[in-house]
Write a protein that binds this ligand. Sequence first.
Ligand code: ACO
Length: 321
Amino acid sequence: MYSRILSTGHFVPERILTNRDLEQMVNTSDEWIQSRTGIRERHIVSDGETNLDLCEQAARRALEAADLTPQDLDLILVATTTPNQVFPNMGVLLQERLGGHGYACFSLEAACAGFIYALSVANSMIQTRQIQRALVIGGETLSRITDYTDRSTCILFGDGAGAVILEGAEEAGILSVRIHADGMHKDLLYFPSGISQGFDRLRGKRDFIQMRGNEVFRVAVNTLCQIAQETLDAAGMSPDELSWLVPHQANLRIIEAIARKLALPMERVVLTIGEHGNTSTASIPMALDVAVRDGRIQRGQLLLFEAFGGGFTWGSALVRF
Ligand code: ACO
């Protein structure tokens, strides 16, 4: 038994924050941001809009594309670092929004690699015949944990959600998926607050994403090149067989370095970083849906996903679409 991607969907909030807007907020420039990151603008939620709202719309689009109802699912798995609340988990909240009942729902936190982790878990559950069909989502509202007075981070992040429906199939589908983590880098990229450390730690102040960007950049490039090769090797494939690289959209220069290493021309890389910024775990399923809906990605093509995030966590999946 294998799993395959039956359909995709994504959703971004209406509000757009451009580089020009950021020029009014911090000491930066459109030229600096574009040349260092590839980002022109990003979508961010408005007051009262939440991650669950984004996940709901992405899920509805994926269900509609597969002509399924919420009750046709056996699992909802949401990867996120910005859940609406601690519990019920995001999967349960989403099931209730969609009108589903009874089947398993949970959320998973693995920073920017969360979608690959979620894909790995759902794929295993399908392969072992625990479930037949899963809605797998990456959804984030990073704007809620971004410091808009810190120019080194606020230029990067955006909000959005992406969804795929995975289904059991006789033929793969997901050919190989690899996930890793190493906590020795925990201080390079993190969000400091948490429930168990006590609510009084911050004495009424808000916490924000902390990142040593330069060091993250270096480890990310090396690690992602290795994981891409490891995932291809596991399926006995080579980079020249790839139709598309669908990378985590963290920084255009990181993506270019990986494409170079794989000897893949940039024409075969799906890029949404210019319009979406870095949406953490939402970025791969959002980019996938964009390229599926605009007709670039076709059935039967070979796709490579790769992601890297706080922890560090990282992972990659090779998929026959
Ligand atoms: N505008 C103008 N200047 C800036 C800005 C800004 N927004 N931000 C930093 N600078 C300045 C710095 O102060 C520094 O100035 P100095 O030389 O006078 O001290 C100079 O620009 C260079 O700073 P660096 O941090 O070395 O810039 P770098 O080229 O590394 O780019 C960036 C910074 C874009 C954050 C990059 O390091 C990066 O993308 N890192 C990886 C981020 C990432 O991929 N995270 C992994 C995933 S994380 C996740 O997805 C949640």
